[in-house]
Design a protein around this ligand. Structure first.
Ligand SMILES: [Zn+2]
Length: 78
């Protein structure tokens, strides 16, 4: 069972299950994640402490690196 917001593993007996009006389930490891989803309506992509955010950050870092390498290659060509 994984947290809907931060995607970290929730052990049995902890966390909470939220049932949405359309019947779909949401799992939360802590009130922090629940608040971020419902009250603050945040997107986990923009937060370092979520798995999604970390993945997005890794992607961005890689993109930046390739761009830097491209720039370097361009300079050397001139
Ligand atoms: Zn969580």
């Amino acid at each position: 069972m994984k947290c809907t917001f931060c995607e970290s593993e929730i052990s049995k007996g902890t966390g909470m299950i939220f049932v949405k009006r359309d019947g779909s389930l949401e799992y939360f490891c802590s009130t922090k994640c629940r608040k971020n989803t419902h009250k603050l309506k945040r997107n986990p992509r923009y937060f370092k402490w979520t798995e999604k955010g970390q993945r997005v950050r890794e992607k961005e870092m890689k993109l930046e690196q390739t761009e830097l390498e491209k720039k370097k290659a361009g300079k050397q060509a001139k």
